[in-house]
Design a protein around this ligand. Structure first.
Ligand code: DX5
Ligand code: ZN
Length: 214
């Protein structure tokens, strides 16, 4: 389970990130938006570096919802990211950019928007550690899960080796974690269902429980 800090209280981001990890998140998901690829702005490398200082041992999974991810890979590597995921819609040569990111010591993920055909991942199945299925339209947390995206996860799971991860991101919470896991997702990203919950620990446990029933 990845805690997406997009729904954390930015005024106390370090403490909220540490708390999410303490109550059962396995990694932190950092949503980067440029106001162009998506109609919103979020955080840049300085915020990533601050989270790295607050959580020195955390795995930081950076999700680049930007038009030109090539510009930002090195700054996020320097800011302490462990992996970067960029969108197939944004990049002409995903395999080349993945190789560049690997050269900087980063893990690599390839994402696609809900309406993008899953076959767009096909040429790149082996070039990435992770494939991200967006289960909402990227840009905002708190949207409803799009059920039709589950078949993209099934498609990917059926073609990938056991070592590759399939991540679902958007609208994932205790009610949807189970269908995600059943479809073959093994990294579930959650923002509002965690940070918006009255009891963060209980929400984290409920997501883990639902996923392991998958
Ligand atoms: C959406 C982001 C997601 C988002 C998920 O653009 O990529 O990571 O934070 O938010 P929830 O879990 O609230 O749908
Ligand atoms: Zn995300």
């Amino acid at each position: 389970m990845a805690a997406s800090i997009l729904s954390a209280d930015f005024a106390c981001l370090g403490a909220q990130s540490a708390e999410a990890l303490a109550v059962g998140a396995d990694l932190l998901h950092v949503d980067v938006m440029d106001g162009h690829f998506v109609p919103n702005l979020s955080m840049g490398p300085a915020v990533c570096a601050a989270v790295r200082r607050a959580c020195p041992d955390a795995f930081l999974d950076v999700h680049l919802m930007v038009t030109d991810p090539a510009r930002f890979i090195e700054p996020f590597a320097k800011a302490g990211a462990n992996s970067v995921t960029f969108h197939v819609e944004a990049v002409a040569d995903p395999a080349a950019l993945a190789a560049r990111a690997r050269g900087l010591g980063l893990g690599v993920g390839l994402a696609s928007n809900p309406e993008t055909r899953v076959e767009r991942h096909e040429p790149f199945l082996r070039a990435f550690d992770l494939h991200l299925v967006m289960s909402v339209h990227p840009g905002f947390s708190g949207q409803a899960f799009i059920d039709a995206t589950l078949r993209k996860t099934e498609w990917l799971r059926n073609r990938l080796g056991a070592e590759a991860r399939v991540q679902m991101d958007g609208g994932v919470g205790p009610e949807t974690a189970r269908v995600c896991a059943r479809a073959g997702a093994d990294v579930l990203v959650s923002a509002s269902a965690l940070f918006g919950a009255k009891d963060l620990r209980a929400a984290a446990a409920a997501i883990h429980r639902a996923a392991s029933l998958g």
